[in-house]
Design a protein around this ligand. Structure first.
Ligand code: PCD
Ligand SMILES: [Cu+]
Length: 795
């Protein structure tokens, strides 16, 4: 294990390391409580009427027949909302989004009306009784078309707007990069698309809103990855005081970025409850989730690499057209309209880099959420890892050796990238070596050689990634104006049992276990004795929630800090108990003892009881054993990893089979290695899904072609090999326990490995690049020399 010499850092003891998840006792017995399990007395049910058109003017809406339905209690339209000043809501990216359409509909599936009825079926039936007259307008489906001067203007709600441009953003040094490119022996370029994909969590989005007319308090049970941020936004939108709003995120059936934003349906449920005086439940179905809640990616990229003839990478130049859909609803720190795409220089030591990103509106659902990507790092990693393979292809070099040659060296850390990011720690060559050894890379190349002679298509793909997770230093990072720091509160009860209150929100990652483990490690008590409370704004300290793999880097650090504060306080109490100077006490294995007298040891439980007793407490200790903290991370953490993917392609059908996949991740100190491995397994499956099966495609009219799991495919064990994992451990030097985030790593790193493997397999057919997803049709057409565009049903 590498240690970067931070004295406070220790690893979590193995005994607690891979402990089974505490929350699983409830999940495997079917005792989880999800939003749809919430049932309140007198509760009504809401349903959303959605636009069949991608782009149309709203001429009229007649709700009278729906209102006449015997079970209908209310029908809400954009007009109703205009009266309440709620027709538009702010997005997380300083844009506005229609809650219910008033002037136009701008994507297929957009929310047009909301029915509240006595049961879910009646609400859905009544949707069909609403009569909407639309005047269809030409839709903009292709991101490139959006910039044409004669393209229809989608956002004519914004005064003075005459085009579909959302933003222009650049990073890096243009002049220095151009200079490197003019001097380079070799320049290779490639267009590539990271298609629009969907987080597709098992549980769809929903809310139960309960406005108590007597107390004026609004309670919202909701699928939220960020309960506190949601509450602040509700307060701002509805003009309600924050303490009169309680957001509860109960068990969440997967988030993957899909539950970061606030959707119109949530706001409609709140309005429904205000209008009817009853609790209102709204839960979307699968098609609604796939069509209208946040998509991810949709980056049209052009990459160029400048290199010397021996394969030394000198510079990287990138242009991106980012399709943001009809409203700019991406979730990422305000300063970064293209998320952390600026990390596109990846894991390599180069001289200069520059990138330009232009965001455009199209007639598609809004989103651009960080679906397991820490704000567009997935796109950045995919780009650079494909480009390195294209370079290897053109120079006739081995892609693994080319990476080895260009990787950052351990002595370069902390490393300041050419676009201004400070990578905290890393030993990249060792991680790549470990992966290549595990995969038996040289043997694989020999096997590939033999198979190629027999006409078989076997491919080996390598990828190396660096992620930047744990947003963020609040000075540089905020979402919707809220600084990205998170609170933690820890209280040890008189009997030595503890309760930890967190602002982050687990969606299946196992926080109830891992955060208890951090406290256990710091205080020497059992994780079973630490209860983790989260997901309820009335019960937890403020913070920005869980996404961008920030819980461990930010709240994990907050937890260690708060536990150390409790320990410091315990030292003072113990000094009073033992009548010695605090400096004469030693902390070992969860106890304080007088130096040289182990028999005098007092455990945290004994100290906690004393802190609540009639003991004379020393100066500065008011009694009780608790502490709180707000953690503002000094930097992001930079996990990294090396992946090797082996595929076989059926030459007759184009079907790709992933035969083997080796993943060596370095996320610093692992709190619970078993959970970390589970996170990696999930992310690798995500990567295989995106690389081989998934795209949210549209036809020329803007019809969404992936509205069910029959069309939008999820990977199962059938498509996945038995993952083979390895690890290296390079602690983060600034994190109190040396941990880095890991939740998104495998989703970030794996698509490039799979695509690189398939393109490698198709080398005998002269294929140099192919856009995801590499479905049998795409692969087969490529073998015929007729590439197929995957994001539009236009060939
Ligand atoms: N070093 C280390 C790290 C980590 N860990 C662990 O692992 C986990 C994770 O973590 P992180 O990395 O910190 O992360 P978080 O924050 O917690 O989470 C988040 C993530 O997570 C992941 N994973 C998962 N899983 C599950 N089951 N589910 C879900 O939903 C999910 N999602 C996904 C996503 S997408 Mo975004 O939202 O898109 O941005 S972001 C994300 C947790 O439990 C922890 O504690 C450990 O142990 N160690
Ligand atoms: Cu992400």
């Amino acid at each position: 294990m590498t240690t970067t010499g931070v004295p406070e850092q220790r690893t979590i003891p193995v005994g607690h390391g891979s402990m089974p998840r505490k929350e699983d006792e409830r999940f495997v017995r079917g005792h989880g409580t999800y939003v749809d399990d919430v049932v309140l007395p007198g509760m009504l049910h809401g349903a959303v009427l959605r636009s069949p058109h991608a782009h149309a003017r709203l001429v009229s809406i007649d709700t009278s027949a729906a209102m006449a339905h015997p079970k209908v209690r209310a029908v809400v339209t954009g007009q109703t909302l205009e009266g309440l000043n709620l027709a538009w809501m702010p997005t997380l990216s300083h844009d506005v989004q229609a809650v219910l359409a008033t002037d136009k509909v701008r994507f297929q599936g957009q929310e047009v009306a909301f029915v509240v009825a006595e049961d879910r079926y009646a609400a859905r039936d009544a949707l069909e009784l609403i009569d909407v007259e639309y005047e269809p307008l030409p839709p903009v489906v292709d991101a490139h078309r959006a910039l044409d001067t004669d393209a229809p203007v989608i956002r004519d709600d914004v005064e003075g707007r005459t085009d579909n441009r959302v933003f222009d953003w650049e990073t890096g040094d243009r002049a220095a990069t151009d200079d490197v490119f003019t001097r380079a022996d070799v320049v290779v370029e490639q267009d590539m698309l990271y298609p629009r994909v969907h987080p597709a969590p098992l549980e769809t989005c929903g809310a139960v809103a309960d406005m108590d007319a007597v107390t004026g308090k609004l309670t919202v049970w909701t699928t939220s990855q960020a309960p506190h941020a949601h509450r602040t936004l509700y307060a701002l939108v509805a003009g309600l005081p924050e303490h009169k709003i309680r957001v509860i995120a109960p068990d969440i059936g997967g988030g993957f970025g899909n539950k970061v934003g606030i959707y119109p349906g949530y706001v409609c449920a709140v309005v429904g409850s205000i209008l009817t005086g009853k609790p209102v439940k709204w839960v979307e179905d699968r098609s609604e989730n796939l069509m209208s809640t946040s998509f991810a990616r949709d980056y049209h990229m052009h990459g160029e690499i400048a290199a010397s003839r021996d394969g030394t990478i000198l510079g990287l130049r990138v242009r991106v057209l980012a399709d943001h859909g009809a409203f700019n609803g991406t979730a990422q720190p305000s300063k970064y309209p293209a998320g952390f795409f600026g990390v596109f220089t990846g894991s390599y030591d180069l001289q200069a880099a520059h990138c330009e990103v232009t965001g455009v509106y199209t007639n598609k659902a809004p989103g651009g959420v960080a679906y397991a990507c820490s704000f567009r790092i997935t796109e950045a990693v995919y780009l650079v890892e494909r480009m390195v393979d294209v370079l290897a292809h053109d120079l006739g070099l081995d892609p693994a050796r080319l990476r080895e040659h260009n990787l950052l060296r351990p002595s370069q850390f902390p490393y300041r990238s050419k676009t201004g990011w400070e990578y905290d720690s890393g030993d990249y060559p060792r991680t790549l070596r470990t992966a290549l050894e595990l995969a038996h890379y040289d043997d694989l190349r020999a096997e590939q050689h033999r198979r190629r002679d027999r006409g078989e298509l076997m491919g080996i793909g390598v990828s190396f990634f660096t992620e930047a997770v744990g947003a963020g230093p609040r000075k540089h990072m905020d979402i919707a104006g809220l600084g990205m720091a998170d609170g933690a509160e820890l209280r040890v009860h008189p009997t030595g049992k503890a309760v930890l209150r967190l602002s982050v929100q687990t969606q299946g990652q196992g926080h109830e276990t891992t955060f208890a483990q951090i406290v256990a490690e710091e205080l020497g008590i059992s994780p079973a004795d630490v209860d983790v409370v989260h997901g309820d704004t009335d019960q937890t300290p403020y913070g920005l929630g869980t996404y961008g793999s920030r819980s461990t880097p930010v709240s994990g650090a907050a937890t260690a800090v708060v536990a150390r504060r409790v320990r410091d306080k315990a030292r003072l109490v113990a000094s009073a108990m033992l009548e010695v100077d605090p400096g004469d006490l030693e902390w070992e294995k969860g106890r304080f003892a007088v130096r040289g007298d182990p028999d005098s040891a007092r455990t945290i439980a004994e100290i906690a009881l004393a802190a609540h007793s009639d003991l004379d407490l020393p100066e500065g200790v008011e009694g009780h054993l608790d502490a709180s903290c707000v953690y503002n991370p000094p930097n992001l953490t930079y996990p990294f990893g090396a992946y090797v993917c082996v595929v076989d392609v059926d030459p007759d059908t184009g079907q790709v089979r992933v035969r083997d996949f080796v993943a060596v991740d370095d996320c610093g100190v692992r709190i619970n290695p078993m959970i970390v491995e589970g996170q990696i397994h999930g992310g690798l499956a995500d990567g295989v899904g995106m690389a081989l099966m998934q795209v949210m495609a549209f036809d020329e009219d803007g019809n969404h072609l992936g509205g069910s799991f029959m069309d939008y495919l999820l990977p199962t064990t059938m498509e996945c090999p038995s993952w083979r994992l390895g690890q290296t451990v390079t602690p983060s030097p600034h994190h109190p326990i040396g941990a880095k985030g890991v939740g998104e790593s495998a989703t970030v790193g794996s698509p490039a490995a799979v695509v690189n493997a398939v393109v490698d397999a198709l080398k005998p057919h002269g294929v140099r690049h192919l856009d995801m997803p590499l479905t049998p049709a795409v692969v087969w057409r490529a073998m015929q020399g007729r590439p197929l565009r995957t994001d539009l049903a236009i060939t």
